[in-house]
Design a protein around this ligand. Structure first.
Ligand SMILES: NC(=O)c1ccc[n+]([C@@H]2O[C@H](COP(=O)([O-])OP(=O)(O)OC[C@H]3O[C@@H](n4cnc5c(N)ncnc54)[C@H](OP(=O)(O)O)[C@@H]3O)[C@@H](O)[C@H]2O)c1
Length: 255
């Protein structure tokens, strides 16, 4: 993998907890300049974010699917650090957990607004800057894009869509665009599946998630967070358009 010659400037969405928080911590630890966005009030973000150096990390509070905010964060990054090297589109929502027959379509559309259309518009806004730096776009996908999970189809279908978006973008743009499956990670999203999914999910699939938590085989966010941060900095053309697992050997930079 090629190494960047100067500290990279990265935008990460969904940084207030979970995988996004871990991605930011790794990026700042290796010397990047990072702007992170989430809806949580700035006064409520975790201490791990508040303790990051102010010249390295900027937190912006807001809905990352809002095109006005998307314009603002790209403009702010370029005004502050002069460039944009990578976009890590991590934010997503999993609700509604509901069977297809009963899903409120307004809620299904909301999932697509955040997990799919919000991703497209952020990419459109950032593209002119990413073209200048031969930058990278990393989008969080899911095993749910490859295997249906009963009761979670609004989310799974949004991840199918976003995975195809990455594949198409890699064909249309001379950039490195990669979709990543982070594994089953111990975050609020995973807790929601275990706690609220029982009534709508397939019992076998639901019990796998419960078992992973019980046995401690569920991932902590740090490992996929680190791998995704490295992809944002080092992923090469051979990965562009692919949807890879966080622990795919091709995701590890040469040490
Ligand atoms: N956990 C897993 O097992 C798993 C498995 C496969 C894929 N993934 C994917 O990995 C990514 C991270 O998931 P996670 O498990 O870390 O989820 P999480 O714990 O629910 O965190 C999601 C993050 O996204 C933010 N977010 C959600 N909607 C937003 C919006 N409209 N605007 C701005 N920020 C928003 C949340 O912050 P606020 O609430 O503060 O806005 C939070 O920081 C997601 O794309 C998810 O689909 C996770």
């Amino acid at each position: 993998m090629s190494l960047p010659t100067s500290p990279s400037v990265v935008i990460v969405t969904g940084v207030s907890r979970g995988v996004g928080l871990a991605i930011v911590q790794e990026l700042v630890a290796v010397g990047c300049f990072v702007l992170g966005v989430a809806r949580t009030a700035a006064s409520q973000i975790p201490a791990e974010l508040r303790s990051l150096p102010a010249d390295r990390f900027v937190y912006v509070e807001g809905d990352c699917s809002n095109p006005e905010l998307q314009q603002q964060i790209v403009a702010r990054v370029v005004a502050t650090w002069g460039r944009l090297d990578a976009l890590v589109l991590n934010a997503a929502i999993i609700d509604p957990l509901e069977r297809i027959a009963n899903v409120d379509l307004q809620l299904w559309r909301k999932v697509f607004d955040v997990n799919f259309f919000g991703v497209i518009s952020q990419i459109q806004i950032a593209l002119p800057h990413l073209r200048q730096t031969n930058g990278r776009i990393i989008v969080l996908s899911s095993r749910g894009a490859e295997e249906a999970h009963a009761g979670v189809i609004p989310y799974c279908s949004s991840k199918v869509a976003v995975t195809m978006l990455v594949q198409g973008l890699a064909m249309e743009e001379d950039l490195v665009c990669v979709a990543v499956k982070p594994g089953h990670v111990d975050t609020e999203m995973a807790t929601k599946l275990r706690e609220d999914g029982a009534l709508v999910m397939n019992p076998t699939q639901h019990s796998v998630f419960k078992q992973m938590k019980k046995e401690g085989t569920i991932l902590r966010p740090e490992a996929p967070g680190k791998a995704i941060a490295r992809l944002a900095l080092h992923a090469t053309k051979e990965l562009s358009g692919l949807c890879i697992s966080w622990n795919d050997p091709r995701a590890s930079p040469e040490q």
